[in-house]
Design a protein around this ligand. Structure first.
Ligand code: ADP
Length: 568
């Protein structure tokens, strides 16, 4: 603000008696927190006090003579946006205008109050209220979506269960005899319905978790029980893919976890089933459990709380860096994998992580492409009841000495396989001719149409007879080293290798040989299904899974041999 008297004191007044009162007035005006400007009839500023100068970020001298730039209406209160010099910085002023006189002319006296803070506070309040409204709307929409999914999933499950039940009855022959083609088609209906039911159940779970409607039990439970039951469920699939599931010795002081045993098992089953899916035959899946094992930085765990960590470690294909962040999102799946069809919903991990968090823990992953993945399930530890974990398989309880560090394999119940093997052995001839018949007429194996029967069946009967023989050995020796089983496996490896080489020489490609193994799987499955003793301990799916373990391995070896032969 200028101190030059001319700007506001007329020269002839300088010595007048009014001078003292003007100076006092000037002092008051200068000390006001509000800006004061006088604007003449032409709209130019004629006077500005220091507060006004601060508001405009210019000196009073600079302001005087410039256009005020905002319409003025005496008696009204308006707001004005001031873009300050230097660019960008905006302040808001509330204007009050009164008529006045300046140097004998009518003018406006404008008081300007800086309301920037108040404006920003209002703006923020408005923004918060919009955000709140948007959040409430989103929550309502999400609730509606979850309700819809939950109701739909429930409605879908009833008819799906009926489809499953009736197709199983038909397959069992309850509704009369069926041709092979009919049985095959009914089998497909059952498999599709089973897959769809799994999907619907997953969606229902996810919808419930997201709607906050899923309650989880909160009780101490044994880590070993959860692991054993998950392994028991997955062991047949692992065997079928020639994968070894091993568990490391638990630390003796491993506490129980606090959570929902059903849900923990569900998470572990999903982790194990993924490990089985994404690991090449011959690989190893290890399960470890420990207390407070260096909590993963990415895990959402509370500091100073104790946790139990269960790790599922596989030697599989691994997950790429960019995929790693997304796999816990619903419906995210990997691109390709080592098994024939990686059907799944992409929901398992999303549900697993949400369930783990619901129980106060978390689910995390570390992975390296080509090396394998480690999924870690963290659960709150029950520190009140640190107990010794029991021995967890009957077989091991019986065994004389289990080395403290030795990995231990949990075994499935496969009693009755021997009977299945004997029955299959007696049907090897008819089984071979059924397979050969299908191969020669299959449009996907067009190169087989012109071949002699002996060329198609070349290794098949040896291979099938060997599987049948191996089933008896599996029942007797499962889980223990056995020279008999090793021999059977070696024979199959050799036969499969020759088979793959011969197919390559006959002009087959990979998709033809894979199709051949699909037919083998279906036909062998049919025989096994009819051979499982009714009412016995052996479950049909377990028996088929065990047989498929051999067929899968044979396919793997045969395809490799075919590739080698084609390259040479
Ligand atoms: P789904 O198995 O039904 O596709 P998940 O949520 O269980 O769904 O898994 C999501 C994706 O994460 C899989 O499609 C796969 O790409 C990847 N994935 C999960 N587990 C593994 C694993 N052990 N090794 C490699 N990739 C895995």
């Amino acid at each position: 603000m200028t101190e030059t008297p001319e700007t506001y004191v007329r020269a002839d007044e300088s010595e007048s008696p009014q001078r003292g009162s003007w100076e006092r007035l000037r002092a008051i005006i200068d000390s006001l927190a509000d800006g004061i400007v006088i604007v003449d009839r032409g709209g130019d500023i004629r006077f500005a006090n220091p507060a006004a100068a601060r508001l405009f970020n210019r000196s009073a001298d600079e302001l005087i003579g410039t256009a005020f730039g905002s319409p003025l209406l005496a008696g009204e209160t308006t707001e004005m946006e001031i873009v300050r010099r230097g660019g960008g910085d905006v302040v808001y002023a509330e204007l009050r205008v009164v008529d006045t006189e300046w140097e004998n002319e009518t003018a406006e006296l404008v008081s300007l109050r800086d309301v920037t803070d108040r404006r920003q506070a209002d703006e923020r309040a408005r923004q918060l209220s919009h955000e709140r409204e948007a959040r409430l709307e989103a929550e309502a929409a999400s609730q509606a979506k979850s309700d819809f999914l939950a109701i739909m999933s429930h409605e879908l499950r009833t008819p799906l269960n009926a489809i499953l039940g009736y197709s199983e009855l038909m397959e069992l022959g309850i509704s009369g005899d069926m041709t092979d083609a009919m049985r095959k088609q009914v089998g497909r209906i059952r498999l599709s319905a089973k897959h769809l039911l799994g999907l619907v159940n997953d969606i229902l779970d996810l919808a419930k978790v997201e709607a906050g409607r899923l309650s989880v039990a909160n009780a101490p439970a044994l880590v070993s029980d959860a692991i054993t039951s998950a392994i028991t469920i997955l062991q047949p699939q692992a065997l079928a893919r020639n994968l070894n599931i091993v568990t490391q010795e638990f630390p003796p002081s491993l506490p129980q976890y606090v959570g929902d045993d059903e849900r923990v098992r569900q998470i572990l089953v999903n982790l194990l089933s993924n490990a089985v899916k994404w690991t090449e035959p011959g690989g190893i899946i290890t399960i470890e459990a420990c207390a407070n094992d260096n909590p993963d930085q990415r895990a959402r765990l509370q500091p100073r709380k104790s946790y139990v960590c269960i790790k599922v470690i596989d030697s599989g294909v691994g997950i790429s860096e960019e995929k790693l962040g997304a796999i816990f999102e619903p419906f995210v799946q990997g691109d390709t994998g080592p098994t024939r069809s990686q059907e799944g919903s992409g929901l398992g991990l999303a549900i697993g992580r949400r369930l783990a968090r619901l129980m106060g823990g978390d689910l995390t992953v570390q992975s390296e492409v080509g090396k394998g993945s480690t999924f870690a399930l963290w659960l709150p530890a029950d520190m009140d009841a640190v107990s010794e974990q029991p021995v967890y398989t009957a077989a091991e309880a019986d065994s004389d000495h289990v080395s403290a560090d030795a990995p231990r394999t949990v075994e499935p119940q496969l009693k009755g396989l021997c009977e299945v093997g004997t029955s299959m052995l007696s049907q090897v001839e008819s089984l071979t001719s059924a397979i050969v018949g299908r191969i020669r007429t299959d449009p996907n194996i067009s190169m087989a149409a012109g071949l002699r029967t002996s060329q198609v069946s070349d290794h098949l009967s040896t291979f099938l007879a060997d599987i049948a023989g191996a089933l008896a050995v599996v029942e007797d020796t499962l889980g223990k080293p056995s020279p008999l089983l090793a021999d059977a496996m070696e024979i199959q490896r050799l036969v499969s290798e020759r088979h793959g080489g011969q197919r390559a020489r006959l002009g087959w490609n990979e998709s033809a040989i894979r199709r051949e193994f699909m037919i083998i799987r279906e036909e062998v499955g049919r025989v096994v299904r009819s051979a499982v003793p009714p009412g016995g301990a052996l479950n049909v799916d377990d028996a088929i899974a065990t047989v498929n373990r051999f067929v899968d391995q044979a396919e793997y070896v045969a395809v490799r041999a075919l590739e080698r032969e084609m390259k040479d």
